[in-house]
Design a protein around this ligand. Sequence first.
Ligand SMILES: NC(=O)c1ccc[n+]([C@@H]2O[C@H](COP(=O)([O-])OP(=O)(O)OC[C@H]3O[C@@H](n4cnc5c(N)ncnc54)[C@H](OP(=O)(O)O)[C@@H]3O)[C@@H](O)[C@H]2O)c1
Length: 332
Amino acid sequence: MRAYRLNGPKAPLKLVEEPDPMPAAGQVVVDVKAATLNYRDTIVQSGRYGGQQKTDLIPLSDGAGVISAVGDGVSTARIGERVAVAFMPGWLDGPFSAAKQASALGGGFVDGVLAERIAVPAAAAVPFPDDWGFEEAAAYPCAGVTAWSCLFGGRGIRPGGTVLVEGTGGVSTFALQFARAAGARVIATSSSDEKLAHARALGAEAGVNYRHVARWGDRVAEIAGGGVDLVVEVGGSGTLNEALRAVRPGGEIALVGVLTGFDGAINTSAILMNGVDIRGIYVGSIGDLRQAMRSGVRPIVHEVFAFKDADKAYAHLRAGGHRGKIAIRIGG
Ligand SMILES: NC(=O)c1ccc[n+]([C@@H]2O[C@H](COP(=O)([O-])OP(=O)(O)OC[C@H]3O[C@@H](n4cnc5c(N)ncnc54)[C@H](OP(=O)(O)O)[C@@H]3O)[C@@H](O)[C@H]2O)c1
């Protein structure tokens, strides 16, 4: 099979030819048809993703394809089934743990899905709706599940509740869609008025351009009528203080992202004086993937690149012009 492997922080990916994987007992082999990129993949490629990492890793965590082989003892999956591959094949359900985190594809020492085939535990291969394409299914494992965890992994957003989504990337666009499907109001921020118009077309009731409005948290709180119930916080330390202005007393911040970096001064008194719950999220389980895909929400795939253009897909994500997800088509 053909696969791409990392080739150093600033180097193009390396295309390699290697033996097809064989399914071990309890595993299936998935012929990967599409993969999508997440911001995480840019951090992995630059070698800045947490602890240690295999230098020639097969990157990308999010893929979908067709089961082409099943190992001994597999009774729940069949050859020919169209499946999405879970982000952490070792997290079936239940609480998060370091061991489950260590199973995450396309990071650390676990090869990912930018390959024509991958062997995974049968439970990690989750069927998706018949009318979705592979690119749509491949959008779910990281971005979709993370957005799902933000909205429903804590107190749970209710009809009429108010959600702030920061930016218009993969996680935030999913969060907007899930929130609208649940009957919640959504306010979006973005660096671009054009992107805010698209967010409105997806059901956001208002948008605030964070390049033009420095105190955008106050503006969001005003629109919400006293603060939002939940913030999907993808910016990290550089946006958290504004998120604390945007959230209502007793509200919740789902802490997901690091787009502005890893360090910074946080207004801790705004957290405790307002009784705000801040909940750290690391994607979610295979059970969350099943539930999220059952929502029927169709992901927004902004652009699809050919397998030979994998480096261009990375460059496109880094440039930040996208809304929703960027995909790579793999195989025939
Ligand atoms: N913890 C987890 O489980 C988990 C899972 C998935 C992702 N993440 C993290 O969540 C973040 C988003 O990931 P993603 O894959 O959705 O990224 P993405 O698709 O690349 O989207 C990033 C978007 O965020 C917006 N943005 C960039 N800088 C911003 C800033 N300073 N303030 C506000 N918005 C900003 C931009 O939207 P506009 O162009 O509209 O401004 C940009 O398009 C990343 O930090 C990623 O590592 C964490």
